[in-house]
Design a protein around this ligand. Structure first.
Ligand code: SF4
Length: 213
């Protein structure tokens, strides 16, 4: 167990060094100018591209300058605006629920607390970790579909369960890398380690990735 963990820590360092060299400007791919906007964009991002989310969220925020105005709006109207992001009914409920929490319970401040954030339907662990990491710099690992795939293929985890993948990452990457390793693995997953046709021969992890060697 100890040896296995030491081996994985060496692998984690190789991965981090290679990815941070390959993607020096790696960052969150959702645009945001304030914490509440990031949370809403996170809600809209389920099964939707970041590009589409960024466009639709900008439309929403242009019409509603604050959370109070979203909380008080007719849900049908909100649904009409966010429809391009899909899953319209559940995302409408989530957006309005978040806006109400912000105005009625959280005094206008997005909490630095994963469990509190997860009280909002539609905010799961991934988005809650994204919010506390991005907004407050609280060490947290965002395990999305790219991160899950990369970590399994390289051998950091054997699991496909995001909560277990999160734990496996936290066990071998230093805390100060938890936020950035999420962003870096998204970059790798998009550019090289794609779901159906990974480009192993030109991948920056190719010399030590378990799947490649
Ligand atoms: S070598 Fe291949 S499987 Fe491994 S991380 Fe790179 S693209 Fe993915």
């Amino acid at each position: 167990m100890g040896t296995n963990n030491s081996r994985k820590k060496i692998l984690a360092k190789q991965i981090y060094d290679a990815l941070s060299t390959e993607f020096p400007g790696s960052k969150c791919s959702l645009d945001y100018d304030c914490p509440q906007n990031l949370a809403i964009r996170g809600i809209l991002s389920a099964q939707c591209t970041d590009k589409r989310v960024n466009i639709t969220a900008s439309d929403l925020f242009a019409r509603y300058p604050d959370m109070k105005s979203i909380a008080e709006e007719d849900p049908e109207v909100i649904a009409g605006i966010i429809k391009p992001c899909g899953l319209t009914a559940s995302k409408t409920r989530s957006v309005i629920s978040f806006a109400r929490k912000m105005t009625e319970e959280w005094n206008g401040t997005v909490p630095d607390d994963v469990d509190l954030l997860m009280e909002v339907p539609g905010i799961g662990r991934k988005i809650a970790n994204l919010i506390v990491g991005e907004v407050y710099g609280t060490p947290a690992v965002v395990v999305d579909t790219h991160c899950k795939r990369v970590m399994k293929r390289t051998g950091i985890t054997e699991s496909g369960d995001p909560a277990k993948v999160e734990k496996d990452i936290m066990a071998v990457f230093p805390e100060e890398q938890w936020i950035s390793i999420g962003h870096l693995s998204v970059d790798l997953g998009r550019k090289y380690c794609t779901a159906n046709s990974p480009k192993c021969e030109i991948c920056p992890l190719g010399s030590f990735c378990r799947r490649r060697i």
